[in-house]
Write a protein of this length. Sequence first.
Length: 173
Amino acid sequence: MRLQFSHVALGLIFLGIVYLFVPVHVTVAPEWTVEVKDAEGRPMPGACVVQWWQHYSVEDDNHEESILTDESGLVSFPRRTLRASGWSRIIGAANNLRESGVHASFGPYSHVAAYKFGYGEMSHLDSQNTRWNGWGRLVNSHIILRRCPDGYTGLGCIMPTEYESSVPCGSLR
């Protein structure tokens, strides 16, 4: 009995060392499909969909990619991964806590948004499943863009159209 316990303990110690020091692939953003429609439920081809992702325990900066929707109003993003050891994730989380205190973020986080000139996402009710924090291997999002009043565009239709170059994907006319 005592011999079995020591084998189990040695095995657990070995697994702990492997976890701490051997880098493994960690998902930072899952495979992700986004569907963009207008308020009447019609697909919106040519809308710019942006994905941002970051593993807060390992990375200091976020990443982004912008893709235009196809004729069906769809766009797909691949799974995003990085290689990190358990030790680097633990040290990164501790550094985030030390630097940011109660405002610190940990682990993977990703989100998507859609833009089209003259349109805007008017409320959080116009989108579904636009954020991911590490749970699930595949995400399907649905975003509704509504026509903005003349001269405005962007989130909440509050951005004057002369500032269109500041939105992702450049000019979306």
